[in-house]
Structures are given as structure tokens and as C-alpha cells.
Design a protein around this ligand. Structure first.
Ligand code: ATP
Ligand code: MG
Length: 180
């Protein structure tokens, strides 16, 4: 389903509110070393519910907030929003456009919103589950990920195929049911 827009504000090197529009098809991000390419893919994974600070190259989740530079003060919070065209209702949400937002404050307070309504992290994850674009899916391929997939255990590789086939959702439900 089409990701049409990404807004990054105060996240990592993006000190100022930055809007990136996506056309249909494959998007490649190019730029010199240290210009923020990986930070863009990390921003996307973050808003989709990434909970490991380490996998975002930090030690604490607050490390994603713009830390300041010679000429700029540190940001008070980080906010990332993804806009999806949901006219074909590929996301399990009854709206033609779905905006998912995540915000974190210096206090550590963290908030998720779907179309401006406050939701839980699990609601965001559920929204993307089986859409083929969850934060650890193959829709976002960052540096080193290809090697990681080739070298992963067969059962981990299998879960990628399960997600692509859209059965992960049922598997999670089964796990939850048997845990009860
Ligand atoms: P490469 O081509 O080397 O992979 P890249 O384009 O992927 O580079 P990134 O890793 O996305 O670059 O960006 C790194 C930059 O982001 C560094 O300059 C780093 O200082 C900056 N950065 C990371 N976290 C923060 C933060 N919290 N506040 C300010 N700047 C940050
Ligand atoms: Mg990089």
C-alpha cells in the first residue's frame, strides 16, 4: 500500500521539520556519508513501533532526539509521521488516508497516534501486521540487512515469508490464544 509522505521533526540529524514525498514504485535514498540516509529508514522503523534503542544505534530511546549542534539548540522532542494512501483499504483501518505518528519527549514520555487519536504501540503494530511493511519486514532494506537475511536461521527467514504471505497475523493470534 502506498506510503505517500514522511515527516521527520527533531529526530536524529533532522533538526528542522522535513517532509519527504514518495512516488509510486521503489524509492532509493542517496547522499554523502553521514548525511542522514540511515536516519530516514530508522525514522520509518521507529514510527512503526521499533522498541530497541540499540537497533537505532543508541543506548536509550531518548537518543533519537536531535542532540544539538554548534549552531542549533537540542530539540525538546522528536516526532515522525507516516502518511499512507489507504483507498484500497490494505491497512486494517477504516479511512482512506492513515497517518501514523510517534512522539518522544526528553522526559522519556512516548506517544503513538493513528489519525490523531492516541493509541498503544500494539495498535500500531497490529495495523501493519500482514500489510507486508512491518518495521522488520523486507519493505525497508537498510545497510547490512541483505547479509543478515542470507545468514539468518531458517526459522527466522521463514517468518519473512510468512509475513509476505500474510499469515503472521493468524500465527500471533494462535500464540495469544494458547497462552491464555
Ligand atoms: P553512511 O553513508 O555513512 O551510511 P548516512 O547517510 O546513513 O551515512 P546517518 O547514519 O543516517 O548517515 O547519519 C549520521 C549522522 O546523524 C551523524 O552525523 C550523526 O551525528 C547524526 N546523528 C545521529 N543521531 C543524532 C542525534 N540524536 N542528534 C543529532 N545528530 C544525530
Ligand atoms: Mg547509513
Amino acid at each position: 500500500m502506498p506510503l505517500t509522505e514522511l515527516t521527520i521533526d527533531g529526530f536524529k540529524s533532522f533538526a528542522e521539520k522535513t517532509k519527504i514525498k514518495f512516488d509510486s514504485g521503489i524509492t532509493g535514498i542517496v547522499g554523502p556519508n553521514g548525511s542522514g540516509k540511515s536516519n530516514i529508514t530508522e525514522a520509518i522503523r521507529w514510527v512503526m513501533g521499533e522498541s530497541s534503542a540499540k537497533s537505532l544505534r543508541g543506548s536509550n530511546m531518548k537518543d533519537v532526539i536531535f542532540a544539538g549542534s554548534e549552531f542549533r539548540k537540542p530539540a525538546t522532542h522528536a516526532e515522525v509521521a507516516l502518511v499512507f494512501d489507504n483507498k484500497k483499504h490494505e491497512l486494517n483501518f477504516d479511512a482512506d488516508q492513515v497517518v501514523v505518528t510517534r512522539r518522544i519527549l526528553r522526559s522519556g514520555d512516548n506517544e503513538y497516534l493513528i489519525n490523531k487519536h492516541s493509541v498503544r504501540q500494539r495498535d500500531v503494530r497490529a495495523l501493519f501486521m500482514d500489510s507486508g511493511i512491518s518495521q522488520d519486514s523486507l519493505a525497508i532494506i537498510s545497510q547490512g540487512r541483505v547479509d543478515q537475511i542470507l545468514n539468518s536461521r531458517p526459522e527466522d527467514r521463514r517468518s519473512l515469508f510468512e509475513e509476505a504471505a500474510g499469515i503472521l497475523h493468524f500465527k500471533k493470534q494462535k500464540e495469544e490464544a494458547s497462552a491464555q
